[in-house]
Design a protein around this ligand. Structure first.
Ligand code: CP3
Length: 351
């Protein structure tokens, strides 16, 4: 199989030379785009949008049509996996995700099983549909949540500020949490490998809440499972390498350990200096990040200046860096400010 015509993103992840620093934005398809809001209205709600391969394809392509981006990301959600496990995902307007049946007792945890993949068929169909529509223009990223981050939502029953339920289990009944994580890791391996078979050209694991843990707990309850998953992912598909990216928000203190996990690239939030990160991981992995998404609320000249700071911090070499935000783009971002950012990263190529 041939690589996409613009394969700078894949090259950067594999630390091969690139023409320019590739960029894409976490949550690039979302509510800051009026065309996304229109398609979501047409679908009825967010979950219906995720579950319609045709409409998921449409919103995946929206940011790629508007901006000169170097990668597309599957439109879906990390919570599709626990939903398929029967936890009953729903979204309360303005309140984020909720589970009707969170894992709160031993019986529920004993009954937890990796879901039949047919329940996630809509995701794999979306991947295939998007690959066709992209027509080898740019690569497509598939993704999942990390087992720990998925377990946070499964045990808390939704978002949380203090992670009281999962941390109580972690310290009081660690064997129960390990069972949840083991089952979830099996599900994630099958889920990501099937995305790769359907056409995903890179996979990224979102560990949004790993940074809420102590170092010892992070290594035991989050990174250990991501490491097992990375080891069991398809490494190639039709002769092309499939890079794996790990993103632990708040994981800046543990970069050396993450770089040793077998992943190809580390996603970084904005708290880390990219140059320091590069020195710490050496040439083991590529780096992806790490502009504070709130920079996009400032005027275009400030956006350009801050983007150049990120590029300068990484330094020269023009390989091994994928420009991105340090976390998802806010729904309140003015779409024209994203233009300013993309232009600033592109202009930097020529100086
Ligand atoms: O990057 C992309 O464009 C792909 C789409 C994508 C979504 N969610 C769409 C989405 C991706 C990669 C995710 C991952 C995801 N989902 C994470 C990990 C990344 C991160 O942000 O930390 C997490 C923790 C979730 C769980 C989740 N889904 C939350 C907490 C929320 C509510 C937050 C919010 O912004 O409202 C969602 C809903 C969600 N997922 C939306 C989108 C576009 C907004 C829903 C809507 O349109 O109403």
């Amino acid at each position: 199989m041939t690589r996409p015509r613009n394969d700078n993103f894949l090259r950067a992840l594999l630390k091969e030379p690139t023409d320019h620093t590739p960029l894409w934005l976490m949550r690039q398809a979302g509510r800051y785009l009026p065309e996304y809001c229109a398609t979501r209205r047409q679908a009825g709600d967010f979950l219906a949008l995720c579950k319609s391969p045709g409409l998921a394809c449409e919103v995946t392509l929206q940011p790629v049509e508007r901006y000169d981006l170097d990668a597309a990301i599957l439109f879906s959600d990390i919570l599709t996996v626990p939903d398929a496990m029967g936890l009953g995902l729903y979204f309360e307007t303005g309140e984020g995700p909720r589970f009707a049946r969170p894992l709160r007792d031993e019986a529920a945890i004993a009954a937890l099983a990796s879901p039949p993949l047919e329940k996630l068929d809509y995701v794999f169909q979306a991947v295939t549909t998007i690959r066709k529509a992209l027509n080898n223009r740019i690569p497509l990223i598939g993704f999942s949540g990390s087992p720990f981050t998925l377990a946070c939502y499964m045990i808390e029953g939704g978002g949380s500020r203090d992670f009281r339920h999962i941390k109580t289990m972690l310290y009081a009944r660690p064997e129960l949490l390990h069972r949840v994580l083991t089952v979830t890791a099996e599900a994630v391996i099958a889920y990501l490998n099937t995305q790769i078979e359907a056409g995903a050209q890179t996979v990224m694991m979102f560990d949004t809440w790993g940074g809420a843990l102590s170092q010892a707990a992070y290594l035991e309850f989050s990174l250990a499972y991501m490491r097992q998953i990375v080891a069991r992912l398809h490494k190639t598909r039709d002769g092309e390498r499939i890079p794996a990216i790990l993103f632990t928000k708040g994981g800046g203190l543990w970069l050396e350990a993450i770089a040793d996990s077998g992943c190809d690239a580390i996603g970084l939030d904005w708290t880390v200096n990219l140059g320091d990160a590069r020195r710490r991981v050496g040439d083991k992995v590529a780096l992806q990040g790490n502009l504070d998404p709130n920079v996009l609320f400032a005027p275009p000249e400030v956006i350009a200046r801050e983007a150049r700071k990120v590029l300068d911090a990484f330094g020269t070499g023009n390989s091994g860096h994928v420009f991105n935000l340090g976390h998802g783009i806010s729904q309140f971002t003015p779409p024209e400010h994203v233009h300013a950012l993309v232009e600033a990263v592109h202009d930097y190529r020529n100086h």
